[in-house]
Ligand binder design. Structure first.
Ligand code: 5MM
Length: 340
């Protein structure tokens, strides 16, 4: 393991002014997104959609792109490998290596992320293809009665095993323990469960000899569940999220790149900006958004070649707003720039 090289990549991934584009929707998820725009999810359409994003000016604000297995091997319409298109835009290509989730038998529906079997053989191939970081997502439900020590420990252990294997192959692991944001739990439950999950995750990373200088953390923000009917303000979410992270995340971690988890695109930007505006942070705080970066762009595209330019403009605007949020410099009035 070359920790110096891993640390350099991790720092590049969380560079101020930029963030990560999560374009790693698995076949089922991208189909759902394409269904929303009445577009068939064919290999060519998936390629065209992603190529459109990777060739947009928005890439100026993107430090890395998380790819699904299919995409890392795909070529753009002109024959250039998509990995090259990403590198030419100045971003680091990355790969989702988990294989989804399954229920942990004997629990109340807790999930464990699959993909450790065969991972040590897959990673060198991804490195060869150009991936310099990877992603593994664990899923925890904070609703009362739906999480336990069993599920939290099993997921933290799997994240640490994955991170250890990535680093051995000189690939920076994005460690993503996602506490869901769509249940009927309040903000305090989100805080308590996230804290538990993060503490267990860092304990397992320590046991598995994972140097924290060579990882990027991808957590949820501290937000009341969508079905709780409760709302929290931007300042409260920012303050609670930073407080929780400060109590759990060692300062050796170069940076934290949040998932958006179903927040609206503008909310996700506002929350990130408010956190960075607090100042005095021991790590970089940036974005690793899927839905919150892509939603307006995919709607503008609607699967039609004549909409490509407009969709690229929409994507660029969103990426720029999030880039500003990494500096704490985003203001909601800036959203009007797009209309202009
Ligand atoms: C882009 O969505 C990713 C893939 O999801 P599936 O494996 O379920 O198809 C997802 O893992 C994503 O990278 C993160 O959860 C962050 O995405 P959001 O949309 O929450 O920002």
């Amino acid at each position: 393991m070359d920790l110096d090289a891993l640390n350099k990549i991790a720092n590049k991934m969380v560079e101020t002014g930029k963030g990560i584009l999560a374009a790693d929707e698995s076949s089922g998820t991208i189909k759902k997104r394409f269904d929303q725009i009445n577009t068939e999810s064919t290999e060519t359409n998936r390629r065209d959609y992603r190529e459109m994003l990777f060739r947009s000016d928005g890439m100026k604000h993107v430090s890395g792109v998380i790819l699904f297995d299919e995409t890392i091997w795909q070529k753009a319409a002109d024959g250039t490998p998509l990995v090259k298109v990403i590198e030419n835009a100045g971003a680091v290509p990355g790969i989702k290596v988990d294989e989804g989730t399954e229920a942990i038998t004997g629990t109340s529906g807790e999930l464990i992320t699959k993909g450790l079997d065969g991972l040590s053989a897959r990673l060198p191939k991804y490195y060869e293809a150009g991936a310099r970081f990877a992603k593994w997502r664990a899923v925890i439900d904070p609703v009362a009665g739906r999480h336990s020590h069993t599920g939290i420990l099993a997921n933290a252990h799997a994240l640490a095993r994955y991170a250890n294997l990535c680093q051995a192959n000189n690939i920076v692991p994005i460690v993503e323990p996602e506490v869901l944001m769509d249940g009927d739990n309040d903000i305090d439950a989100c805080y308590a469960v996230t804290q538990w999950v993060l503490k267990e995750t860092f304990q397992q990373l320590y046991y598995m000899n994972v140097p924290l200088e060579g990882i990027v953390l991808k957590p949820n923000m501290i937000i009341p569940g969508k079905k709780s009917g409760k709302k929290a303000g931007i300042a409260q979410i920012a303050e609670r999220t930073v407080k929780c992270l400060k109590s759990c995340v060692p300062t050796a971690v170069p940076g934290i790149a949040f998932l958006s988890g179903g927040q609206s695109d503008e909310e996700a930007t506002a929350h990130l900006s408010a956190m960075n505006a607090l100042g005095n942070l021991p790590w970089k705080l940036t974005f690793s958004y899927g839905r919150a970066l892509q939603h307006p762009a995919i709607m503008a595209w609607a699967g039609k070649p004549e909409n490509v330019k407009r969709a690229q403009t929409v994507f660029t605007h969103r990426a720029k707003m999030n880039g500003l949020a990494t500096k704490g410099a985003y203001k909601s009035e800036m959203e009007r720039e797009l209309a202009a």
